[in-house]
Design a protein around this ligand. Structure first.
Ligand code: NAP
Length: 408
């Protein structure tokens, strides 16, 4: 009889139940790869199972409960008891990753988390293993499938945010409570984890500035199309002046950008490094069976000899005022001199205009423009000045634009 390897399961919801099925189905192949026969041990939900009993006999714990507590306590206790842990919990890692990784190192066990970022896209493995020796300059990602689906639908059909969200919920791409997806918090947690790995420096969720997509309107997408731009919720982690900026916000991309063609409930991450130029990984963003497959991949890796997340060796300063190009949308009175005064306000802060679309609407006009890269603080100061001009009909609206086109 082969030696067995017992997996204790914390959580039996969308991911946990799919994982339990997959583990049973794939057990013979896993045995062939590892020489050990995996077996599902105890299962914990709110109404069944006991953590101490599960831990006592498990060789490895899979945490797919979600939430910060008691997940943190259980993961820590498992690591301290010398058990490998596989988790899909990005909020937990983005808040308490350093503590958990340190416990794993101290107790010489593995803490694996491929399913926490990028759905099935194996970006964690690529950063930790394939690119472990590369000096990475920037990681850019579409790391939330729900918001990518919503923005794709808004662009494709002209639907409002609320209509596209309802469609996402109907198709199972959005949770009943989609708050953390649409306000950018989910993507921010994933970017904190990616930044930590790519730049070898501690990054806490609180250091990630984020903005969601709730305020995006169909006409933002329509005008942007005229300017050759498509809208995505983009996470960026990049070196700036010896420091690090990590942020999530909606941003327009030109068609040549590797992330511009990622539509629907998909995820993609672009990694830029002088050694590799640029690679983009993409694939399905989430879903029970897909996430369970990433979790099972981690379980198999943990069954064969170790890879640990080493202690960080850098202490990069977190940079908050970064440069960006912007799309700017102004509703103004249709009278002479307006454009010149807008240009003055922009010019006074060193903001220069790249392209403008102007539409007259009776007494009112709409100015939609893209401005070149500038420090965000200067752009915001110019917008503040513009918002106080007497011909403004509504608050200025703006969205960041990613200018790089890559290989075109
Ligand atoms: N769903 C996805 O596509 C996806 C993708 C990537 C990552 N993830 C991550 O995977 C994790 C699980 O997500 P999910 O969608 O499977 O969640 P879910 O369907 O809500 O399932 C959560 C499971 O955990 C159990 N649970 C929650 N709190 C508990 C507690 N305090 N004590 C004991 N059991 C508890 C629940 O028990 P009851 O059944 O008793 O309520 C349920 O069985 C989350 O961290 C999520 O971010 C999910």
């Amino acid at each position: 009889m082969p030696e067995t390897f017992e997996v204790g399961l914390l959580g039996h919801g969308t991911v946990g139940s799919a994982f339990a099925e997959l583990l049973e189905e794939r057990a013979p192949q896993i045995e062939a790869i590892t020489g050990l026969r995996p077996r599902l041990g105890g299962v914990l939900t709110r109404s069944r199972g006991d953590f101490d009993e599960i831990l006592a006999t498990a060789d490895l714990i899979v945490e797919v409960m979600g939430g910060v507590e008691p997940a943190r306590e259980y993961v820590l206790r498992a690591l301290r008891a010398g058990r490998h842990v596989v988790t899909a919990n990005k909020q937990l890692l983005a808040r308490h990753g350093e503590e958990l990784w340190a416990a794993a190192r101290e107790h010489q066990v593995q803490l694996r988390f491929e399913a926490a970022v990028g759905g099935v896209v194996p970006v964690i493995r690529v950063l930790q293993e394939s690119l472990a020796a590369a000096h990475i300059d920037r990681v850019t990602g579409i790391v939330n499938g729900t918001t990518n689906f919503i923005l794709s639908e808004m662009a494709r059909t002209g639907q409002t945010f609320q209509e596209a969200l309802a469609e996402a919920q109907r198709l199972g791409y959005a949770e009943a409570d989609p708050t953390e997806d649409v306000n950018g918090a989910d993507a921010a947690a994933k970017m904190a984890i990616l930044a930590r790995l790519a730049f070898d420096t501690p990054v806490h969720l609180d250091q990630v500035a984020y903005e969601g997509i709730e305020h995006i309107t169909p006409d933002d997408l329509e005008y942007a199309r005229d300017l050759g731009l498509g809208l995505k919720l983009i996470g960026t982690a990049e070196r700036i002046d010896g420091g690090l900026s990590v942020r999530v916000h909606p941003a327009f991309l030109y068609a040549g950008h590797p992330l511009a063609s990622v539509n629907g409930p998909f995820n993609a991450v672009t990694i830029e490094s002088p050694a590799i130029t640029e690679i983009t990984l993409s694939g399905p963003g989430a879903g029970g069976p897909q996430t369970a497959s990433a979790v099972l991949g981690d379980v198999i890796s943990a069954m064969i000899p170790p890879a640990s997340t080493p202690e960080t060796s850098q202490r990069l300063e977190i940079v908050t005022d970064v440069e960006s190009a912007f799309y700017l949308h102004l509703e103004v009175d249709d009278r002479p001199g307006v454009l010149a005064r807008v240009a003055d306000a922009l010019g006074s802060q060193g903001v220069s205009v790249k392209s403008v679309v102007q539409k007259g609407l009776g007494e009112q006009a709409r100015l939609v423009m893209v401005v070149h890269r500038v420090a965000e603080s200067r752009f915001f100061a110019a917008v503040d000045e513009i918002s106080r001009l007497d011909f403004m009909r509504a608050r200025p609206r703006f969205i960041r634009v990613v200018e790089e086109e890559f290989g075109v």
